[in-house]
Design a protein around this ligand. Sequence first.
Ligand code: IPD
Ligand code: CA
Ligand code: CA
Length: 247
Amino acid sequence: MLIVEIEKILRQAGEIILNADYSEIDANEKDGHANFVTNYDRKVQSFLKNELLKLEKDASFIGEEGEMGNINMQGLTFIVDPIDGTTNFIKNLKHSAISVGVLKDGEPYIGCVYNPYLNEMFGAQKGLGSFVSGKKIHVSNKPLNEGLVIFGTSPYYGEYKDLTFKSAYEYYNKALDIRRSGSAALDLCYVAAGRYELFFEYCLSPWDYAAASIIITEAGGVIRRIDNKELRFDEPCGIIAHNGLCE
Ligand code: IPD
Ligand code: CA
Ligand code: CA
């Protein structure tokens, strides 16, 4: 399987998002505050599942919208977020992405994150570096006091509210400024591309960071769990990612 084959599928999936008919969006709340799923999240996920499994029929498939396969420890696993930034999508903010991570024998192997609105394709394969739309990317070389910090609010987990804003306040004092975008996958890719220096969020799911984790490491950055345990792809966790100069 080639990364370009995955990218082609992501571009096609991007068309579904770009052509969304806003008069027929059907948004339902899932578990947790402001945690929505729309008919388009389901449509994109089912398209991706169909097409990705044509590339690798024996691969395991894990998707945010109710497809909880197991990680294949001897073979490939797709970990998919059909729309990262669903609230942005519902609000027509045009800042959402499709995220496909591939694990090989349980380890990050390929990552692709596509923002259809800007036609920006972030991609990485183990040992081959990270790219945005074909151009090699690298994390920035700026220290925290010259850097931007982007963070997620873990909106579906109210218990992290105080910690999140305490950390945001601390980083606001140490960095140039702070940001909040609504798409963790894009935030991580922007760190990989040197647009931001550091990202943190106290609770994410594996589909939010599976693809971006290899995009960060292949771009020379650092990604780790906030609790310092080994990064894994079968449970939610807090994530911090940066350019290697910000901790
Ligand atoms: C969410 C976004 C958001 C982050 C949340 C994620 P979703 O993903 O990435 O930026 O703060 O923690 O769950 O639900 O839009 O796919
Ligand atoms: Ca997500
Ligand atoms: Ca999603």
